[in-house]
Each structure stands twice: as structure tokens, then as C-alpha cells.
Design a binder for this molecule. Structure first.
Ligand code: OVV
Length: 409
């Protein structure tokens, strides 16, 4: 059988709309709003012949399929490649790219290391670091908020929380970008990722080793699980779980923070509201996540013959869940194109849903809250100082450049 993008080509069931579109077109990835609207308008499930995949964008169907780990598995990869049919581009993640019961075992360990209690213990370090960085930026004129704030802050606090002895901003951010680009088709972005990964992967794996980590971080907590009596994981698996911290914990929060700064720079009235009522920091974060969907697309594979919205779906079908489209569905959200920090968008899909829902979401929120709270105390206005440029990625909706100037209180 000839594969397409490393998976089995399918014949869609009668009645499923067919759409000649490239969801991974770079211009569309930079400005995805019309793609999201058109995808939702076509119906609950759409066949895209260019990649022989199904795509979902309506909130209800996206939410349902994404939570249905029994019919839509992760063990065959969450990108277009089917790990059952093609060699994965890197050794698979032992938490992301697995199903129960394998998933249950590793998820429990990661959830413990990233628990609300652990995250509360990191809050002071997050705040102090945010203060240092914001004070420094307030002395500057304009700066690029992508490298100098959105990257700098998470790269200053997260590797430290993990207990990494070796920190390299470029390698850490690019590694995440590689992992997300690799979920897409064999396009320029994915080819860049596979090349860049050759340079970075040895550095990443070395940084995950037991002796490259301090004794008091999240990494040490994972290794402690491997050292325990009747340990649930091996030492080699501990290294792989630390790799998951670095795959999923840097570029995602960098993107969330960059997108938050963009939201407030372009909606100064909402910044004024946050400054007037700092308790809005938490709901503001959720609205940033809903409004900008830092992870815009994530895939699953039909593990058996099943159905979506009443249409039969054959085993081996790759399904992309367009989280950005679900997060802007007017059937779910009133006035979805408005950024309103007091919306409280319960049920947004930015962290996914179901058993694979982001295990790091508490720490992600903790980082964003520390930075936004400190800024709400010190920064009167976040002013654009040039054109914001988006950086296409097969799964992430992130900025490439965001020139800003911070006006002190
Ligand atoms: C990109 C991503 C998301 C979630 C988990 C992982 C990666 C992983 O490597 O475990």
C-alpha cells in the first residue's frame, strides 16, 4: 500500500464534505481565522484529500473526539505519521504517544511532579524572576517581546524548576518548535524540524540525564520514582519523562506569554481593566488561551472502525482536531472574536481535553500569572513599537516578532 504522509489513505464515507485546502499552508498558519471559520462552516467533519485526513473544527465534535481515547488513540502518533506503519521521527514520548494502561502509569508520575502543591512552591521564584525581567525591560526603549520577554521568562524559570544545570534559550525553544512542526505533513516546516532536531536532540538527551539535574527539581522527582522500591518506571523511562518536560514545557509557555502580550498590546482597554482589578489575572489567562490557541491543531488516529457525527470512520484514519477553530466557534462562545478578560471561557480546548489533557497546565498558568501580575503592578501601558509578525508552525500559533515598549506606572 502506498502511504500518504506516513498513514493509510482513506475513502471518506458518503456525505462527508470534501475540501481542497492545505491547512498547513504557511500564510494560513500565520493568519488562521478564515481557515477556522470555513472549516466549521463545512460541517462537523471534513475530508481533506491533499493529506487524506479528516479535520474537525466545530466545538462539540472536536471536544468529543479529542476526549474519546478509546476510539481515537494517541499511540499511533498525534501527527500525520502513523507509528504503526512508519518509523517515528524520534523515539516516541512515553506519556503523549501512548494509550492506557501504559499512559496511566506515566501520567500518574508526571501529574504528581506537576501538582498544584508543587506549583505553589515555585510561585515565589516565578514572581521574583518576573520582577527582575520587567524592571530591566522598563529601563529600555523598544524591544522584541518574543526573545526578550516571552522566551526569556520561561527559559529563566522552567529549566530552573526542572533542575537543569545546562540552559540554552535557543536550543530549548527550538526543540519544542521541532516537536510541534513534526506533527504536520512533509512540508518546509517539518523538514526544517527534522534537520534542526539532528543538531539539538543530542544536547536535549544529555540535559535529561540524572547527573545533569539538581537534587531538588521536578527532574529529580521523576528520577526518585525510578529509584523507589517497586518503582513504576525505569531510569531510562525517567530520562524520557524529563524529555517530555522539555518537549512540551518551553515553546508552549513561550507562545502563551507572547500571545498574551500581543492581546494586551492590541486591546489596551483590557490591560486597563486588569490593572484596575488584578484578580482578573486568572480569567485573563484563560481568555488569552481561548482567543489565541497557542496549540492550534493536534491529531489522533482511529484505532478501530468507529464514527464521527454519525459518519462511519475506518480504522487507521488520521483525524486532526483544530483546537483554534473549536475555541472560536460562535455556537459555543458569544462574540468569539472579542478578547474579553472577564469572559471565563470554561471548557476551552487550549489545553486539550480528556485523559491526555495538558498535565503541565498548572505550571503554565503559574508562569503566566506571575508575569501578568507583576506587569499589572509596574506597567501602565504595553505599546506596540512595530509590526507583530506571526511564525508559522504546523501545530503552534506563535509570534516571530513583537516589538513593544513598556510604559511604567
Ligand atoms: C509537544 C508535546 C506535547 C505534550 C507532550 C509531549 C510533547 C511529550 O514529548 O511528551
Amino acid at each position: 500500500m502506498t502511504l500518504i504522509e506516513g498513514h493509510k489513505p482513506i475513502t471518506p464515507a458518503d456525505g462527508i464534505p470534501v475540501w481542497d485546502v492545505d491547512p498547513y499552508d504557511e500564510d494560513m498558519l500565520r493568519a488562521p481565522e478564515t481557515f477556522y471559520a470555513d472549516l466549521r462552516a463545512k460541517g462537523p467533519v471534513v475530508f481533506i484529500p491533499a493529506y487524506s485526513i479528516l479535520a474537525l473544527g466545530q466545538y462539540e465534535t472536536t471536544q468529543k473526539v479529542f476526549s474519546d481515547h478509546e476510539n481515537f488513540v494517541s499511540s499511533r502518533g498525534v501527527g500525520l505519521n502513523d507509528f504503526k506503519l512508519e518509523e517515528p521521527w524520534r523515539p516516541p514520548s512515553i506519556i503523549l504517544e501512548v494509550d492506557p494502561p501504559d499512559h496511566t502509569r506515566t501520567r500518574r508520575i508526571m501529574a504528581k511532579a506537576l501538582s498544584p502543591k508543587v506549583v505553589r512552591g515555585l510561585a515565589d521564584m516565578f514572581r521574583t524572576t518576573a520582577e527582575e525581567i520587567v524592571d530591566d525591560l522598563l529601563t529600555k526603549g523598544s524591544f522584541d517581546a518574543v526573545t526578550d520577554l516571552a522566551e526569556r521568562f520561561p527559559v529563566s524559570v522552567f529549566p530552573r524548576a526542572v533542575g537543569m544545570r545546562d540552559v540554552d534559550q535557543r536550543n530549548l525553544v527550538d526543540y519544542g518548535a521541532c516537536v510541534f512542526n513534526a506533527m504536520g505533513p512533509d512540508n518546509r516546516l517539518r523538514r526544517w524540524a527534522l534537520e534542526r532536531n539532528k543538531q539539538i536532540a543530542p544536547w536535549i538527551m544529555a540535559a535529561c540525564a540524572r547527573d545533569r539535574l539538581t537534587d531538588d527539581g521536578l527532574g529529580a522527582m521523576i528520577y526518585a520514582e525510578a529509584a523507589a522500591e517497586d518503582a513504576a518506571i525505569t531510569e531510562a523511562e525517567a530520562a524520557m519523562l524529563v524529555r517530555s518536560f522539555l518537549s512540551a514545557g518551553v515553546d508552549t509557555t513561550v507562545t502563551g506569554i507572547g500571545n498574551a502580550l500581543w492581546c494586551f498590546a492590541t486591546n489596551p482597554g483590557e490591560w486597563d481593566r486588569l490593572c484596575a482589578d488584578p484578580k482578573l489575572a486568572r480569567p485573563a489567562i484563560e481568555e488569552v488561551l481561548r482567543f489565541t490557541s497557542p496549540v492550534h491543531t493536534f491529531g489522533r488516529t482511529a484505532g478501530r472502525d468507529t464514527e464521527i457525527a454519525g459518519y462511519p470512520v475506518e480504522e487507521g484514519t488520521k483525524v486532526i482536531c483544530v483546537l483554534g477553530a473549536a475555541n472560536s466557534d460562535p455556537d459555543k462562545w458569544g462574540d468569539p472574536e472579542a478578547f474579553r478578560i472577564d469572559r471565563r471561557p470554561l471548557g476551552h480546548m487550549a489545553f486539550g481535553a480528556g485523559i491526555h489533557g495538558c498535565v503541565g497546565q498548572n505550571i503554565a498558568r503559574g508562569e503566566m500569572e506571575a508575569l501578568l501580575s507583576v506587569m499589572a503592578e509596574k506597567v501602565a501601558r504595553i505599546e506596540p513599537a512595530g509590526e507583530a509578525v506571526w511564525r508559522p508552525n504546523n501545530a503552534i500559533h506563535a509570534l516571530d516578532k513583537l516589538p513593544l515598549k513598556l510604559i511604567p506606572k
